[in-house]
Design a protein around this ligand. Structure first.
Ligand SMILES: C[S@@+](CC[C@H](N)C(=O)[O-])C[C@H]1O[C@@H](n2cnc3c(N)ncnc32)[C@H](O)[C@@H]1O
Length: 95
């Protein structure tokens, strides 16, 4: 109880849903203030993970945040984002 969250309708209405293979080129997909990529990179080997993280970093606006799953880490994969702990969650901030 109290552990389920639902996004506000006014925010949800702004969303576009589409499928996309993260291993493909990100160019032209836009720039974002926040990217949620929870428990997706766990299936990738280190090289693929590095490539995807680099693309995700490139798709963030300066000061934008990348959020991964709680058990995921960027150690050894990408050190160009600043790691922050906010309210018990880990954020990776683009410069
Ligand atoms: C464990 S589920 C996590 C789903 C959701 N993000 C969550 O946290 O509940 C992993 C997801 O990663 C997606 N995925 C794995 N490799 C991917 C790739 N190369 N491109 C896009 N999505 C991928 C799978 O389709 C699956 O939906």
């Amino acid at each position: 109880m109290g552990m389920e969250w639902q996004i506000k309708e006014q925010v949800r209405r702004l969303a576009q849903f589409e499928t996309f293979d993260l291993r493909k080129n990100f160019r032209g997909r836009g720039q974002y203030d926040v990217i949620f990529c929870r428990n997706v990179l766990i299936y990738s080997n280190l090289d693929t993970k590095r490539r995807i993280l680099s693309e995700l970093r490139g798709a963030l606006n300066p000061g934008g945040y990348l959020l991964l799953g709680a058990a995921e880490t960027m150690v050894n994969a990408d050190d160009k984002l600043r790691r922050l702990e906010i309210g018990g969650a880990t954020f990776y901030e683009a410069s």
